[in-house]
Design a protein around this ligand. Structure first.
Ligand SMILES: [Zn+2]
Length: 109
């Protein structure tokens, strides 16, 4: 079924629909945000840091933030949701400006 791209797309769409239904049922509040540039935007300073999908570390030349790209993206998603709800934004702590040992291992591998 996955070789048929048309059918695979419908399967993926229905999976997201089911996932969204489950979230709506379980969550107290559900906010949908625009996912555009969530992995490119720096969660600390807001500048755009272009990267390929293979680049797993977010490194901002402007503010020096260095963290896993998924972590950076997650913070951006949280911030957009908080903004939509009118709640205060959480800033990225300053200690994320340095590379941790785990992040260093990721760079070497
Ligand atoms: Zn930055």
């Amino acid at each position: 079924m996955n070789k048929n791209h048309y059918l695979a797309r419908h399967i993926m769409d229905s999976s997201w629909g089911t996932f969204k239904q489950m979230l709506e049922y379980k969550a107290n509040r559900l906010v949908e945000i625009e996912p555009y540039n969530t992995s490119v935007e720096c969660s600390r300073c807001g500048s755009l840091v272009p990267k390929t999908l293979a680049m797993r570390i977010h490194e901002c030349n402007r503010c020096g933030a260095v963290l896993d790209r998924d972590h950076n993206s997650g913070i951006n998603i949280e911030q957009r949701g908080m903004k939509l709800l009118g709640l205060p934004l959480r800033k990225l702590p300053i200690q994320h400006g340095k590379v941790t040992s785990v992040e260093t291992l990721c760079r070497v591998a």
